[in-house]
Structures are given as structure tokens and as C-alpha cells.
Design a protein around this ligand. Structure first.
Ligand code: NIG
Ligand code: FE
Length: 386
């Protein structure tokens, strides 16, 4: 079954061979889906025939957002912690343990319903691919079930047994568990291995042990790096060929050089700085150095309880020195790069038919009209889901 979506005032393809600039923008555009795949994209005047036609009457369209960093398997509520922060209490990683206790006490059905709710919330805002981590279980069985539940809702699943050392345990003993029996039990459910490399969580040596053990077991690394302060996380990520170093808030010149010269994507998570009232990462510095930048939500109940990629785009433009074009690219193609995916993040023949229609004439409105629900339709795998 083919579908022609036409009447697009501007289409962001992220394929420079199809249109203007790095975003490959086509004016007065159309797209043809053949089942779950993009068959054609180009000027509406040259569109081929299709079984069905949708005329969008002059709206802009972009590829579905690719949110490459989220923690959706959790239970409990941390409203009070956020509220206290807004009165001056600083954020520490210790709050994670509050969520761990609530998550362990929750049933599978409760956890699954929470993930489903958040994935649906993200979809309504244009996110068609979302990564999901464990990390609020921190026992062999609680991590394994978190990953199993994540995998019921997304195919980008990350083992984050090394989120924080559980209360009362010795750090090195816990790293032994994370790199041993917990990894054995969890690896079949995950594609990625992650570690929170930060003061108060895991140091450079511990993080290296976690990532190397994951690699040996066939997982690909990604790292929570340099979020709350400067540390070894970013350079470790680049050294180990991680797909992504996430947060990148506190960087020195050597970190920036490493990201600019390596394969590792710098994934920036402005929701975390917003919700912890912290200084934002400097996207401009990374882009000017030549690093690949992605934007993601970091959706979690502690440091960034948002599923909204449009929100992240708007903050990145206003506070992090990105242009609207750079931010939209980072939230689509950048996320795809951070997940090493070539089938999403772009609208070109052969790509997955994930398209977001905006109630706006241009993708620039995502930053120009902050907080406005501009997403008016979403197709995922060629199916209209919003
Ligand atoms: O990415 N940095 C570590 N983990 C989360 C925070 C989790 C929490 O506070 O519950 C993050 O910001
Ligand atoms: Fe995170």
C-alpha cells in the first residue's frame, strides 16, 4: 500500500542530496511511503502516484525525533525533591536510591504501564524512536526485569546496572556483581551497556571495568559522562569507542578535542540542567570543534522528567548556542547517530517511514514557538499513530 503525503511547505530530510543545506530542506515537498518505508521524497510537483493521498495544506514536516537517552522503567514520585531544588537544595545522584526503592516494590504490570504511558507521551510529541535504560533495580533480578519490560516497548535497550552503588553495599563488590552475574543475566535483553561515571557514582576505573565487561559480552558502550563535574567519563567513552558520551556538561579542551576527533557522539540533555537548575552544556563549542552533537530528553523522575524533544530543541537554541537547524538535526539525525542507526532520523528512499507533521510553516517554529504543541500528526513505520 503506498501513501502520498503532499502539501508540505518545508520538508526536513536530513539528506543533503535531496534538498538545501545539511538538513536537505525541500520547499513545497511531498513524501511517498510504501508500507513501512520511505519510497520517495522530493518537490510535490514531481511526486509519483500513490494508492492514497494526504494533502497537508502547507505544513512543515521533519523526521521523527530519535530520543537516544531515557530512563523509563521506574516507579514512585520525586516531586518534593524537585520542589526543594527550586528552593535551593542542590541535586545529587543520591536521589536515585529513592526511585530504586519504589521500583523494587512495584509489580511488573505497574512498571510496564508507566513505560507505556511515557512512550505514548513521547510519541504525541513526535518521538518515533526512544532508547530506554535499566538502572533503578540494582539487583540481578530487578535489573533483568527492567530490561525485559523496556524491551516490550522499544528495541533500544541499555543495561545500566552501574547507575549508582545501592545503599549499604561496597562499591567494588557491587562492580563485581555488575560485571559478573548481573551482566550474565541482563546481556540477552540489551544492546547497550552504560555507566554513570561521576563523583558519587562510579570512578574512571570502575566505569572502565563495567564497559569492558559489557563489550566482552557483546554490548556496545555509551557513558553518562561529565554531568555534575569534570571527570574521566568523556575520554573513557572516546577511548573505548562508545557510541555516545551523554551529558558532556563539564568539558575541558582535551575532552572537546577527543569528541571532535573520535567516533563518539556528544549527546546533550538540556532537560537535566533545566530541572537541576545547572549551567547548560556548551553545544556551540562542541559544534565549532567538529563534534557530532545529539539532543535527548534524559527522561527520568529525578533530574529531567520530560519526554518532550521540542522542549529540548527550544532550550538548546536559546541557552546552548545552537541554531534551530542544528538543534533539529541533533534531535533527529544526531539521535540516530548516537544509536548507530541508519534507518531513522532522515526521510529518504529506504528509510523508515517515521514522519512528524508540524502545525507550522517551518521546523524553525520548534524553537520560535516554545512550549506550543506544534506536533499535529505522526507516522511511525508508515502508520498514522497521532
Ligand atoms: O541521567 N545521571 C544519572 N542518571 C540520571 C538521573 C537519575 C535520577 O536522578 O534518578 C540522569 O540525569
Ligand atoms: Fe541519564
Amino acid at each position: 500500500m503506498s501513501l502520498l503525503v503532499t502539501g508540505l511547505s518545508r520538508l526536513v530530510t536530513n539528506d543533503p542530496s535531496l534538498g538545501e543545506g545539511p538538513l536537505g530542506v525541500i520547499e513545497d515537498a511531498a513524501v511517498v511511503f510504501e508500507d513501512a518505508t520511505v519510497a520517495w521524497a522530493g518537490p510535490a510537483s514531481r511526486a509519483p502516484e500513490a494508492d492514497r493521498v494526504h494533502d497537508e495544506g502547507g505544513r512543515a514536516a521533519i523526521p521523527g525525533f530519535v530520543d537516544s537517552h531515557a530512563h523509563l522503567v521506574f516507579a514512585g514520585d520525586r516531586t518534593a525533591e524537585f520542589d526543594a531544588r527550586m528552593s535551593g537544595t542542590p541535586y545529587t545522584a543520591g536521589g536515585i536510591r529513592t526511585t530504586v526503592a519504589a521500583t523494587r516494590a512495584a509489580s511488573d504490570a505497574e512498571l510496564s504501564a508507566n513505560v507505556a504511558r511515557l512512550v505514548a507521551e513521547a510519541l504525541r510529541q513526535g518521538t518515533t524512536v526512544i532508547e530506554c535504560k535499566s538502572g533503578y533495580g540494582l539487583t540481578v533480578e530487578d535489573e533483568a526485569r527492567s530490561l525485559r519490560i523496556a524491551g516490550e516497548h522499544t528495541d533500544e535497550v541499555t543495561y545500566l546496572g552501574a547507575h549508582v552503588v545501592p545503599a549499604g553495599l561496597d562499591a567494588d563488590a557491587y562492580v563485581g556483581l555488575v560485571t559478573g552475574p548481573m551482566l550474565e543475566r541482563c546481556a540477552p535483553y540489551a544492546r547497550w551497556v552504560d555507566v554513570f561515571c561521576e563523583r558519587g557514582a562510579f570512578d574512571g576505573e570502575q566505569a572502565r571495568a563495567v564497559l569492558e565487561a559489557g563489550v566482552k559480552r557483546g554490548l556496545v558502550p555509551r557513558v553518562h559522562a561529565n554531568q555534575l563535574g569534570h571527570g574521566p567519563g568523556v575520554r573513557l567513552a572516546v577511548e573505548l569507542g562508545a557510541a555516545s558520551a551523554d551529558h558532556c556538561t563539564h568539558l575541558d579542551d582535551a575532552d572537546v578535542d577527543a569528541l571532535a576527533s573520535g567516533e563518539t557522539v556528544a549527546t546533550l540533555l538540556p532537560g537535566a540542567e533545566f530541572s537541576t537548575r545547572s549551567p547548560y552544556p556548551d553545544a556551540r563549542r562542541l559544534l565549532d570543534a567538529g563534534a557530532t552533537v545529539a539532543l535527548s530528553t534524559d527522561c527520568n523522575p529525578g533530574s529531567s522528567f520530560t519526554t518532550s524533544m521540542p522542549f529540548c530543541v527550544a532550550v538548546a537554541v536559546r541557552e546552548m548556542g545552537m541554531t534551530p537547524d542544528e538543534a533539529v538535526w541533533a534531535a533527529t539525525m544526531g539521535g540516530a547517530r548516537a544509536l548507530r542507526r541508519t534507518d531513522v532520523g532522515r526521510i529518504a528512499p529506504g528509510a523508515r517511514a517515521d514522519l512528524v507533521l508540524l502545525d507550522a510553516p517551518s521546523h524553525v517554529h520548534l524553537a520560535y514557538r516554545p512550549g506550543v504543541p506544534l506536533v499535529s500528526a505522526v507516522w511511525r513505520r508508515g502508520e498514522r499513530v497521532v
